[in-house]
Write a protein that binds this ligand. Structure first.
Ligand SMILES: [Zn+2]
Length: 246
């Protein structure tokens, strides 16, 4: 064996070791290697990329930055159209838009133009309204199970007066005098929201007898429910403080 051949073999071994190390690295971090799943990577909005702060996402309708919880990711699913995908589970063409009536209305004129399937703002508004209502009801069940919901007119009025309640959720068949009576007991910052449930369904949802209204505790445990209520308000373009006066 010549000196030169030995050197070459040593180089080859070193190269092989380097290759193995590279393989191990890419196995440990799947998807990290560029070009491994290009379609999936391209479909994710910028905010979902590793190492980027969420504030760098921007709305595809208005172009302004999206703070966490302000925007919804939409994914185009063949046969179903644009669907909300808040947990980034769906794959396909994606848009990121503010959950506001104004940005949903403009989602059809998104900046990427012809490269994406068309968006029908009316259908999208209906899809998102149904989606957020369902999210709210599921969150309500969870906070009720955690003992964070107050029901019963007198108990609720007392809790309102003591500042324990942040939101009042009103059944769609509640009497106006019930709403007014609760509004009189509520500090100015308490929000009133209408639910797509009647008294019987509202009571059943929180594990109580029929309720015209329930109060949501002003506690960290109810933040997920409250943020969904905020999203719904923005989607509808509503003024929540007007809700208590009707
Ligand atoms: Zn926007």
């Amino acid at each position: 064996m010549t000196k030169r051949a030995g050197k070459q073999r040593a180089q080859t071994r070193a190269e092989k070791r380097a290759e193995k190390r590279a393989e191990k690295r890419s196995e440990a971090r799947p998807g990290k290697k560029a070009g491994k799943e290009p379609r999936k990577a391209a479909a994710k909005p910028p905010g979902h990329r590793k190492g980027r702060s969420p504030s760098r996402r921007s709305c595809d309708a208005c172009g302004a930055p999206c703070a966490p919880g302000e925007a919804v990711r939409l994914v185009y699913v063949e046969g179903s159209g644009w669907l909300p995908d808040d947990r980034s589970r769906l794959q396909g063409d994606a848009l990121e838009v503010h959950c506001t009536a104004a940005c949903i209305a403009r989602a059809g004129e998104h900046r990427r133009g012809e490269s994406l399937p068309p968006v029908d703002p009316e259908t999208l508004q209906q899809t998102l309204s149904a989606w957020i209502d369902e999210q709210i009801l599921q969150a309500l069940s969870r906070v009720a199970a955690a003992g964070q919901v107050v029901g019963g007119h007198d108990v609720l009025r007392e809790a309102l007066k003591q500042g324990q309640i942040s939101h009042v959720l009103v059944a769609n068949d509640a009497a106006e005098r019930t709403r007014r009576s609760l509004a009189r007991s509520a500090p100015a910052a308490v929000e009133f929201h209408d639910l797509p449930l009647d008294r019987a369904a509202l009571g059943a949802r929180v594990g109580q007898p029929p309720r015209a209204a329930v109060g949501v505790a002003a506690s960290p445990a109810t933040v997920p429910l409250r943020s969904r209520l905020t999203i719904r308000t923005a989607l509808r373009g509503e003024n929540v403080l007007a809700n208590r006066q009707r």
